[in-house]
Design a protein around this ligand. Structure first.
Ligand code: TRP
Length: 340
């Protein structure tokens, strides 16, 4: 797993363990991670410390979901022999680096981060923003740089955080007078952000418009049945709109048969193709995608001890690496150190 002669590019990404992962996570990032684990050295962070920045009142939820998200990773095809899965709060170097990085970003810049702005709105914090929440971009910069990652597969909404990470990196490198830390690139899928089944801009568990990766076949059927289409498309014979029609957005994201999707789109636009038929295709595609994920998840879920063993081993393997980067940054910034 941690061969020192391994010079493949490094990937770091992660998720807040606040609930099970859903199709939005899959399309936005998980699919890329599964594909890239053969050609890259990949680390996945169960970002429990970041999850606490807006869940300080419910640490039990965060703790519980560490296992759930790990199960989602394994179910989706993350192979623990290829990818190191680790728990953020088990890596103390991250906390120390965060504290250093906070000196290389201003409060005004944190407040201007579009992701943070949007999340503050969505959470209704008003003026009562937890300081840890406002500052989490610096912690995320620590997550990324501590592994010296060059690629960060994330959904579109995370791109401003990678930009801010690179700003911090440049400031630290300038202060150090050399490139201690590499810049990283966000790998965002072309499909963009997956809308919720109700057509709202973002799929999210808290909005009740998400399809979890662990959905049963009945839940998948029901989600597709409820799915938002074109409200102006009343009869099958009417011409319909494909843009903003969630069923087509999902077909674009998940159906491998591009020619078929283009044909369905053309027929829908022309008129003569009913919602029921398009939905049937989408349901088939989603059932086929999620059935093996659900089955693998059930197998791992029967042995949580084994899953905890995997993430413990991953966290321990990551500890040396994270500690080493911390020492490098401390030295590069010229911090006080006792003579040994
Ligand atoms: N902010 C990410 C999310 O909300 C989770 C995350 C934590 C992350 N640390 C990261 C993503 C580092 C990419 C890189 O899903």
């Amino acid at each position: 797993m941690l061969n020192p002669n391994d010079n493949r590019p490094i990937i770091l990404t992660g998720d807040r363990p606040t609930g099970p992962l859903h199709l939005g996570h899959y399309a936005g990032s998980l699919k890329n991670r599964v594909a890239l684990q053969d050609t890259h050295r990949q680390y996945l962070l169960l970002a429990d410390a970041q999850a606490l920045t807006d869940n300080a009142g419910d640490p039990a939820k965060v703790r519980r979901n560490v296992l759930e998200v790990a199960l989602d990773y394994l179910a989706a095809g993350i192979d623990p022999d290829k990818t190191t899965i680790c728990v953020q709060s088990g890596l103390p170097a991250l906390a120390e680096l965060t504290l250093l990085y906070l000196n290389f970003v201003t409060v005004a810049r944190l407040e201007r981060n579009p992701t943070i702005k949007e999340e503050i709105q969505a959470r209704g914090f008003g003026r009562d923003i937890p300081a840890g929440f406002l500052c989490y971009p610096a912690a995320q910069a620590a997550d990324i740089t501590v592994f010296k990652a060059s690629v960060v597969p994330v959904g579109e909404d995370q791109a401003p955080l990678i930009e801010q990470t690179n700003e911090i990196v440049r400031r630290i490198n300038r202060q150090a007078g050399r490139d201690v830390l590499p810049e990283a690139r966000a790998l965002v899928p072309a499909i963009g952000r997956l809308p919720g089944v109700d057509g709202r801009a973002k799929m999210s568990k808290s909005q009740g418009n998400a399809v979890p990766l662990s959905a049963t076949s009945d839940e998948i059927r029901e989600a597709v049945r409820r799915m938002y289409t074109d409200p102006g498309h009343l009869r099958a014979s009417d011409p319909g709109r494909v843009e903003g029609n969630v069923v087509f957005t999902y077909l674009d994201a998940f159906d491998e048969d591009r020619a078929l999707v283009e044909d369905l789109k053309a027929r829908y636009r022309r008129g003569g193709l009913g919602d029921a038929l398009v939905k049937r295709r989408l349901e088939d595609v989603l059932q086929a995608l999620l059935a093996p994920i659900r089955e693998r998840r059930a197998v791992f879920a029967r042995d949580p001890g084994c899953v905890f063993g995997l993430i413990r081993a991953g966290t321990e393997a990551a500890r040396d690496r994270t500690q080493a980067t911390l020492e490098e940054v401390r030295a590069a910034l010229g911090l006080f150190a006792f003579e040994t």
